[in-house]
Design a protein. Structure first.
Lengths: 373, 322
């Protein structure tokens, strides 16, 4: 079944021009982006292997094909700008600077993970890097994004008495376009002038449902921004330079005006929805079309053409990525699984929870654990 | 007769009810050509077409709210929610509308709706994909709550649910979707909602359970070598207190087993009723083996969280020796 909307992604009508031109981006930045994108890809490839080897449980949704989106968007933000995203979140975490070992340990369900191995694939949280998760309920992160933007604006303006100076970036999949939570969040953001950007990572599918089978106006989803009085732009998300340039402009505008915005970020997931998806709903030709547009290959070519690095230097980066991910896997594998007592920690502020008289003693008997307190 | 898994038995019930009654329709995310996340609706789209097997947008409130409208107008929708964790967005429609419509309209409008939802842990799923929320819905007057533990029961109960004039939450224990097969008649049959099944008879102790935990209980009973009566509730609400009462009056001892957290789990209601009805017959306090009062964990710990045969065996020992 050909995906009409996706076919038009490849057309050239998407935003290509922006005030930041390609030649202005320094070589060191390009190489950093290349490392980050290659890191995400390698990380995901190793996750798929680890899933096959049953080292990773739960579900595993990989980001392969979408690397330019997370890397380009994060580059357009300041570190102080909050990010919140959905469940396909490994790429955002790595792009934001989470150490791959903490990310991998979370995948493995180990105590060294960013959420102590208690969450897994959909739970990438990194407070130090202003990453507010990783959320498993489709669309439910969108009002959180509005709230984060409300908070930064409140803090900057009301508490500090200055000017609102932070932008919140809220990522969502195209499937989330259909959830009420998004529409409530957009309305609120529009009404209260919240500096939040809703970035729809439009990869054309939610599980097996092609966007036009699940969403009205699929060919022009920015109409869903206009109705809430916010700016909407369409961006080719298969090219990191383009993502960066477009998003940098937009971030500048949102930072200056404190008005929300909406982005139709056209991208593609190369793999199945999760590890158990035979992808019967789309053809191999469509996949090949996008593989030919590979964002990493594109950046690599640009780097070579501009003579930012030689082929040998690029090889060195690729090798470094391999080593870094291998180290992350080894580190994760060596990290212990959380003990049963961990179930009771971090549910309430009290270490063991306010559980007197309920199942805590039974649990302690089960695990042979005694409270240290 | 065919030897079917629980998934196949449900699929068969859906096919037969759809063939029999063209008011029965299915809605849900990827339930069409893809056959749903657990492939429960496999083949139905091919057989009945897009107007009766409707791939819906990713919007649970919309799926359930629309189904309520369909049901009020006289259809018999059987929507699927992919995992119990996604009932959240639909909760308002279920509890504020479906459950109350008959009362609110003094019987003028009813909601003959069956919501199918995979529930429970044991398949190495992540957070929000392994919970057991049956008590929440049993605590909502106006809803019926059903949870089969075998392919045979699943077929008969689903047919009853679809034909029921009131809304039914049909919870399918995903851990045993394909865990074993059972002879399931091709012919249609119903199992009444509200009637428990005595899985095995015994004199020394009663175990009450439902869903996938029934399988754990059977294993624990077999290992114990004791004379234990196992009651599979099958319907959580309205539940078969008569069956429980008769059994506990006979054995004088009772263990209740469920996956959901212990506090305010449905076992609490059963224990209280036993106290009301069987106080003078009890030889020991009723004991519950349940999930702990924390959030259902990621897969490394899930098997320790859920009641297993060892924990059930200990409860059998404790209550037996009291
Ligand atoms: C409320 C809710 N409903 C259903 C699901 C199951 N589910 C998980 S991902 C997904 C598809 C999401 O598609 P999209 O938003 O486009 O994100 P993508 O997978 O393309 O990154 C579905 C239906 C869920 N997690 N939450
Ligand atoms: Mg998508």
């Amino acid at each position: 079944m050909p995906n009409a909307t996706l076919a038009s992604n490849l057309a050239s009508h998407l935003v290509k021009s922006a005030s930041v031109t390609r030649t202005e981006i320094p070589g060191t930045t390009l190489l950093k982006w290349f490392y980050d994108m290659a890191l995400i890809r390698e990380f995901e490839v190793r996750c798929m292997q680890a899933y096959q080897d049953k080292k990773i449980g739960g579900f595993c949704h990989v980001y392969i094909g979408q690397e330019a989106v997370a890397v380009g968007c994060v580059a357009a933000l300041e570190h102080r700008d909050p990010i919140v995203t959905a469940y396909r979140d490994h790429g955002h975490a790595l792009a934001r600077g989470m150490h791959p070992k903490h990310c991998m340990a979370e995948m493995f369900g180990r105590i060294g993970g960013c959420a102590k191995g208690k969450g897994g694939s959909m739970h990438m949280f990194d407070k130090a890097n202003n990453l507010y998760g990783g959320h498993g309920i489709v669309g439910a992160q969108c009002p959180l994004g509005a709230g984060l933007a409300f908070a930064t604006k409140y803090e900057d303006e009301v508490i500090k008495g200055g000017k609102s100076d932070r932008v919140t970036m809220c990522f969502l999949g195209d499937g989330a376009l259909n959830q009420g939570a998004l529409h409530e969040a957009k309305n609120l953001a529009g009404l209260l002038d919240l500096p939040v950007i809703f970035v729809v990572e439009n990869n054309g599918y939610s599980m097996g449902t092609a966007i036009e089978r699940g969403t009205t106006m699929a060919h022009k989803i920015i109409t869903k921004a206009m109705g809430y009085g916010m700016e909407g732009i369409e961006v080719d998300g298969m090219d990191v330079l383009n993502v960066y340039a477009s998003m940098k402009d937009l971030c500048d505008r949102v930072r200056a005006t404190s008005r929300p915005a909406f982005v139709d970020m056209r991208t593609y997931r190369y793999k199945g929805h999760s590890m158990s998806d035979p992808r019967k709903y789309r053809g191999r030709e469509e996949e090949e079309q996008y593989e030919a547009e590979d964002p990493i290959g594109k950046l690599q070519k640009f780097i070579k053409d501009r003579k930012v690095a030689t082929a040998a230097e690029i090889e060195t980066i690729v090798d470094r990525v391999k080593v870094d991910v291998r180290d992350a896997v080894a580190w994760a594998d060596a990290s212990p699984a959380p003990g049963l007592e961990e179930l009771y920690h971090d549910v309430y502020v009290e270490k063991w929870g306010p559980y007197t008289g309920t199942s805590l003693p039974e649990m302690l008997r089960e695990s042979g654990v005694r409270s240290q307190e | 007769m065919a030897n079917l898994t629980l998934v196949q038995a449900i699929n068969l019930a859906l096919v037969q009810e759809m063939e029999k009654d063209d008011r029965v329709i299915i809605l849900g995310e990827d339930v069409g050509p893809n056959g749903g996340v657990f492939r429960v609706t496999e083949g139905l789209h091919k057989r009945f077409g897009s107007s009766r097997v409707v791939d819906s947008p990713l919007a649970e409130s919309g799926i359930i709210g629309t189904s309520i409208g369909l049901a009020m107008a006289g259809l018999r929708p059987v929507p699927e929610i992919q995992f119990e964790g996604f009932l959240g967005p639909a909760y308002d429609q279920i509890c504020s509308h479906a459950a109350r419509m008959r009362t609110r309209t003094r019987g003028a409008f009813t909601v003959p709706l069956t919501i199918r939802i995979p529930v429970g842990g044991g398949i190495h799923a992540p957070e929000l994909h392994s919970d057991s929320p049956e008590a929440i819905y049993a605590h909502t007057p106006g809803l019926k709550v059903v949870m089969p533990s075998s392919p045979y029961d699943a077929k008969g109960l689903l047919i009853s649910a679809i034909r029921d004039p009131d809304p039914v939450m049909f919870f399918e224990p995903k851990r045993i979707y394909r865990a074993f097969r059972e002879e399931v008649p091709e012919d249609e049959y119903t199992i009444p909602i509200g009637k428990a099944r005595t899985v095995c008879e015994g004199d020394d102790l009663t175990i009450v359970s439902w869903g996938a935990s029934v399988v754990q209980c059977m294993q624990a009973i077999e290992k114990s070598g004791k004379s234990i009566e196992l009651i599979d509730l099958r319907t959580i609400y309205p539940f078969d207190m008569d069956a429980i009462e008769a059994s506990v009056k006979k054995t004088g001892r009772c263990v209740i087993v469920h996956e959901a957290p212990k506090t305010c789990g449905f076992g609490a209601e059963i224990a209280a009723r036993i106290m009301e009805k069987c106080f003078l017959y009890l030889e020991a306090p009723v004991q519950r083996v349940a999930g702990f009062d924390t959030i259902m964990p990621y897969y490394k710990l899930e098997l320790e969280y859920m009641p297993d045969t060892a924990r059930i065996a200990r409860a059998i020992e404790d209550v037996g020796a009291y």
